[in-house]
Design a binder for this molecule. Structure first.
Ligand SMILES: [Zn+2]
Length: 114
């Protein structure tokens, strides 16, 4: 059986969008120039909460795209969780701690090798 954890399986075929509760999140494969335009710098992936869209660099290998997709999905989930907490008026301190934890461990946020 092929699963996401099967190391012999092929890289995931990227979905055009991902269903989240309340909305489908578009997944856009973009050029480096477009990524710099939307992110302000060249990064492998971006979750843009303003338009609820995930951007991935087209230039990455399929394996890297897959990994970046899961990373950005995590940001989307965290953002949506935060929005739900804000609606209930709670959770700011916990959210700040989570963001700090992500920035210190995220490979996507680390400087690119040249
Ligand atoms: Zn990140």
């Amino acid at each position: 059986m092929n699963t996401a954890l099967d190391s012999t399986s092929k890289p995931l075929k990227l979905p055009r969008s991902i269903p989240f509760p309340g909305a489908r999140v578009p997944v856009r494969l973009v050029t480096d120039a477009k990524m710099i335009e939307v992110a302000g710098e060249l990064v492998d992936g971006l979750w843009q909460s303003a338009n609820q869209t995930i951007y991935l660099r087209k230039a990455m290998s399929p394996e890297d795209r897959e990994e970046a997709l899961y990373h950005e999905m995590h940001h989307a989930v965290t953002d949506m969780e935060w929005a739900a907490r804000v609606r209930r008026g709670q959770g700011l301190l916990e959210r700040v701690k989570e963001v700090e934890a992500c920035s210190s461990t995220s490979p996507v946020l680390m400087p690119k090798e040249t």
